[in-house]
Design a protein around this ligand. Structure first.
Ligand code: B12
Length: 220
């Protein structure tokens, strides 16, 4: 079976809410020794994009969106143990506090970023979803974080990413942390506007950014 066909099956499994199809495709992907991260980005996540568009066009409703997230999660359970830190040494690279901002319960993308950062050698404190602005700051202080990761999937919760940065500026702690933002409605422009250090469009980009920025800081 070709790589593209497996990705297509993963995409279709999410869109058709077909858990068994997803599981079969995941097993195939592992048998064919394809990088699971590619399967997540090129298959599952693309399927989720389609689901989002269908929801937007009222072709599906909330229960279907919940079921799609469930299929995504089941397939991830199969892929997770096969995601390895190939080529990366096991040196701890720094501490990350990550969560989805207040008012927002989207978890999938943030959890993938958290998982890949962990695989890349970071110590990750995943605060979950609907995280209060004060909790991000308190946890970052408590664990002496190097990076704060803020996920937002709703246009209405994007300003909360800015709130975290603004409060850190007010308390004089802004420069203590590298702040990364992400989530579907966010962008590099938004990151620049609110004064974040980086924007990660995908989980892979989030990891490369984290590595770049931490190295930069250590030689600054
Ligand atoms: C699945 C889903 C849900 C699930 C979430 C389940 C879960 N456990 O997470 C459920 C059903 C609960 C849900 C609920 C709602 N949803 Co919803 N949801 C989605 C959907 C279809 C997919 C999101 C997803 O998981 N994508 C897959 C992951 C892998 O991608 P990702 O999240 O973008 O993450 C990647 C990158 O963004 C990045 N990244 C993410 N976070 C971070 C953080 C950092 C630091 C970095 C560097 C990078 C990074 O890396 C990730 C991996 O590559 C999107 C559509 C879309 N296009 O995003 C709508 C969507 C986000 N939802 C939407 C809406 C409206 C809602 C509801 C308000 C619906 C309702 N009427 O109740 C509620 C909101 C509830 C709330 N208060 O949060 C809208 C938002 C519109 C807007 N612009 O504000 C969208 C865009 C759908 C649409 N087209 O209308 N949703």
């Amino acid at each position: 079976m070709k790589k593209g066909e497996i990705f297509e099956d993963l995409l279709r499994a999410v869109v058709d809410l077909d858990r068994e199809k997803g599981k079969r495709a995941a097993v195939k992907l592992i048998e064919e020794k394809i990088n699971p991260i590619e399967g997540i980005e090129e298959g599952l996540s693309k399927g989720m994009k389609v689901i989002g568009e269908m929801f937007n066009n009222s072709e599906i409703y909330l229960p279907e969106m919940i079921m799609a997230a469930d299929v995504f999660g089941s397939v991830m359970e199969i892929l997770k143990p096969h995601i390895s830190a190939e080529g990366l040494d096991k040196v701890k690279r720094g501490k990350v506090v990550i969560g989805t901002v207040k008012g927002d319960i989207h978890a999938i993308g943030k959890d993938i970023v958290a998982m890949l950062l962990e695989t890349a050698g970071f110590t990750v404190h995943n605060l979950g979803v609907d995280v209060a602005t004060s909790t991000f700051i308190e946890e970052a202080r408590k664990v002496k974080a190097d990076i704060i990761g803020l996920s937002s999937l709703l246009t209405t919760t994007m300003p909360t990413q800015k709130d975290v940065i603004d409060i850190l500026k007010e308390t004089g702690e802004r420069d203590k942390y590298t702040i990364l933002i992400g989530g579907a409605p966010t962008s590099q422009d938004w990151a620049d506007e609110i004064g974040a250090d980086g924007y990660g469009e995908t989980a892979e980009r989030a990891v490369s950014l984290a590595l770049e920025l931490v190295v930069k800081k250590s030689i600054a």
